[in-house]
Design a protein around this ligand. Sequence first.
Ligand code: MSP
Length: 534
Amino acid sequence: MTNKFYVTTPIYYVNDKPHIGSTYTTVAADALARAHRLRGVPTLFLTGTDENSQKNVEAAQKAKAADLQTYLDDMAAIWQKTWKTLGISFDDFIRTTEERHLKAVKRFWRAVEKSSDIYKDSYERMYCVGCEEFKTQFEVKDGHCPLHPNKELQLVKEENYFFKASAYKDELLKLYHTHPEFVQPVSRMNEVRGYVKDAFEDFSISREAQKLSCGIPVPGDDSQRIYVWFDALINYMSAVGYGTDDKLFNKWWPASLHLVGKDIIKFHCALWPAMIMSAAKSDPLLQNENGTPKLPERIFAHGFFTIDGQKISKSLGNAIDPLDLAKEYPFDAIRYFLLREIPFGEDGDFSKTRLADRYNSDLGNTLGNLLNRAISMSRKYFDNKVPSCELQDTRIGLEGTSWAGSEGMDTLWQEVDQYIDAARLDLALETIWNGENCSLISANKYVEETRPFKLAKDNLEQTGIVLYTLLEACRQYAWMLEPIMPNIAEEIIRQLGQDPKKERKQGIKVLKTWGGLKPGSELPEPKILFPKLV
Ligand code: MSP
C-alpha cells in the first residue's frame, strides 16, 4: 500500500465561474481522493484558483468590479462555494494571491536563479491572453491563435527574464524513457515527447510590470512581474508548505498525481519538471536522498468534452453550470455519468439525453431495482430481516447460475482497485456493471435464474441463500461505488439496515470480506434509490 496520496486539479482561472468542464476534472480528482481515503491511505486533495492572470484582469474590468482584489475574492469564493455545495471533498484550496504562495514562488525563483538558469533577454512575440502563452509563428493561423480566434493577439516587445528550459531537454527525455508512467495516457506521453524533442525552448518567465496590472514581482526587480504559468505551477508546492513549512512539505511532496486537461500538458509535463530539475540543483528540500529532483509521480491528462457535439464556449452560451444541473439530477448521478460516459483520457460528448438514459437504465433499473427487489423479498419471506445464510459458498445447491460467488466478488474488487490505481474510473464502473465476475448485470441475471419469488414457495432455505447473496452483494457494491457516488453508497448501506459511518470505521479489509451483513438484522422498508424524474 502506498504511504500517502496527494492529488491535485489544475487551479482554475477566475474569469468565469465553474462549468461542467472544470467540474469533470474536479469530480475525477474527488473520486480518486475518496477511493484512497476509503483504503485508509493518508490523502490530500488540492484544488484552487489561478489569480495572477491577465484574463482575470480583463474579466474584472468587464464585470465593472470595484477593484481587482475584490473581483478575485468574490470569484474565488464562488469557486470554493460551488465545490462545497456539490460535496467535493477537497482538503485545501489554494489561491495564488495568498501569502503562502508568494513565499513559495520567491523561494523557487531564487533557487532557479542560484542554479544559473535565469537570464535577461529582449523579446518580440505574439501573446495570446486566452492561452496566457506566447505563440510561435507556426502556431499562429491567419494572424490568430487557433484556440481563440475571436481574441486579438498582442505583440509583446520587451526585455524579460528567461528560464533556460532547453538545458533540461535531455534530462526530460531520459525521464520519459525511464518513467513511462510519468505522463498518462500513452498517447499524451508521445505528444509530450515529440514536443520536447522538437520544440522545447527557453521560456520568457516575466513581463514588464508597467504593462500589467497583476502578477508577483520578480524577487529583487520590482520592474518585472513573474509569468503566470511559472507562478501557477508552483501552487502544487506552496499548498504543502514549500517556503513556509519544510516538515509539511516533506510529508506530502512529491504529488502522487496531477490531474489535468489535455490542453495544458506542455506546461505540466515539460515546463514543470524542468523547473523542478533546475530548482532542485540548489534547493536540498527538492532533492531525493540520492540527490535527484523530487518530481511529481504522475500526470494524467483527460480529454475534453463537447456539449451536444459543440465546443463549450462563452460565445455559444452553452456552458452548463453544475449547480443548475444538480437541480435536475442528484449530483451523484451526474458524477456517475461524467465518469462512466467518457473513457478517461479521451474526448467525449456531454448530452442530456445520454445522461437521462444512464440515469434510468444503469442507475434506476440495474442498481436501484436490484436493491429494491432484494430488500422487498427478504422482508416478505423473512419477517423484515436479513435471511440467515450459513453457507459461505453461496453457489451450493444453486449450481449452474451465472453468479460467481464470494470468490467472484473478490476478483471484482481486485479489478476495480486496479482500474482506480490506473485512474480509469470509467473502466472501474464498466466492470462493476458489466464485468464477468459478480457484476450488477450478473446479479440481476441471478434473480432471473433463481426466481426467489417462486422458490420461496418450495424451498425457503435456498431462497434465503439467494436473497442473502443479493443483499450482501449490494453492500459490497455500495463500498465499491462510494468514491464515485458517496451519497448513494451511504443510502444503500442505510437501506440495508446498517450505519455507514460505523461500517466504514471497520476498515476496508473488513468491508470487503464476504458476509459483513448480519443475518437476522432488521431491514427497514426500502425507498426508491433513483426516483423517476419528471
Ligand atoms: N489556470 C490554468 C491551469 C493552471 S494549473 C497550474 C488553466 N485554467 S482553466 O480555468 O482554463 O482550466 C483548465 C482546466 O479545466 C483544463 O485543463 C481541464 O482540466 C478543465 N476543462 C476546461 N474545459 C473543459 C472541457 N470542455 N472538457 C474537459 N475539461 C475541461 O488552464
